[in-house]
Ligand binder design. Sequence first.
Ligand SMILES: C[S@@+](CC[C@H](N)C(=O)[O-])C[C@H]1O[C@@H](n2cnc3c(N)ncnc32)[C@H](O)[C@@H]1O
Length: 438
Amino acid sequence: MSFNEHMHIRNRYRTNPPDFKQLAEKHTELKPFLIEKTNGGVTLDFRDAKAVRTLTTVTAKEDFNLNLELSLDRLIPRIPQKLNYIHWIEDLIECKTEAIGIDIGCGCSCIHALLAARMNPQWKMLVSEIDPFNYNMAVKNVEQNELQDQIHVISMNSSALFDGLIDRTKHYDFLMCNPPFFCDTCESQGLTNSRNVERPSANSINTAADIESIYDQGGEVEFVKRMIDESRLYTSNVRIFTSQLGKKSSLKQVQKYLKDIHHTDTEFCQGNTMRWAVAWTFDETYRFSEQCQSREKMNKKKQNRTPISVQFESKYSFNFIKDYLEKNIFNELNLKWTSLSSFAWIFDAYENLWSHQRQRRRHQNDEQPPSKRLKSNPSQEEKLCCIQARLDEHEGVCTLYLLFVDGTNGDAANQIGQYIKNQFPKYCQSHTNTLTIE
Ligand SMILES: C[S@@+](CC[C@H](N)C(=O)[O-])C[C@H]1O[C@@H](n2cnc3c(N)ncnc32)[C@H](O)[C@@H]1O
């Protein structure tokens, strides 16, 4: 399965992936690695480190005019995926033309800073590296592209991430990082269950050295947790902190750790690889824009913005249904409601009395003497939902529309709509003997 259609919208490779044949015509060093496919096309063996390294260096040259030196025993960056991260950073800082950024652990390629600098000629990057080999090669890569004015590489000799790097008298627009991913060599060699056994084995080589891929204090989750802890000391120096994550399970743990900090997340898609990323900020004036959020979150939001409709049989009049809602449903579900007009309402729910389990509890509660009933106090509870409701009549048929406005239960309009669909026939049955439906 290819995730290319979900690459960042500005990623130049989204609709125009590298053409290996054309690249090899111009950069002949790629030619020996081309493999003819039965359909006449060509591909590369992504398990061959030399092939992957050559593809990266010729792509960097062709598309970014970058002369890149890479080592076969160090991480070889995949440029299309790196662009997803850089474009996301651009979105986070609202495409500022002048910006100062930080990259923690630049690797021998120094790829984040080189791409960021080429794509944004007025950005400045401060990057760190703890491994002396990577540091020396990163400096070389900056110098051979004459980007010393834009990129400053710092060698770290302690395990501190920010101390000795971030200048407390300065302000930085963003911080980025691709942390060491694994906890130990077993995980890096795929011997522990980090990879779902159902998933096919990796069809792409990982050339990362242990120093690059292993953080023996708990892998990427603990590395990013350390970043979060340290970021609390630099709240006014860095506007937006970010980190990439290699596993979706890591994202959940990091999000939990960021509970009290304003944050968002996204995913980076390319080929059949997905990566995740988190961003957090201590700037109370800052709001993460919609385009910076994950597809999952955006899809949920879109779903919530579509009103749920409940259609009633034509034999039930507008006033009958309106009475049913105001005198039964709104009370039964303990909704705090206000009329917006004779046919529209807005209501809040602080407890879920519409799902089966909750209904059972409600009935049990109703059977208790009043002194023992559970009381709900909206001021102490979180709001499950605020919903706008409208009852329309068209050619004698009434339809109720429910639109989720906000709250913690994004599916509430759908659930309440379903509840009304289930309960209305029962109500009608119990009322046909005593009331007219007009
Ligand atoms: C997964 S690699 C990422 C390299 C590069 N940024 C990339 O995305 O291709 C992680 C890098 O972080 C470096 N690193 C690990 N701990 C560090 C620390 N405390 N300070 C700076 N760099 C560190 C490693 O040496 C390694 O180069």
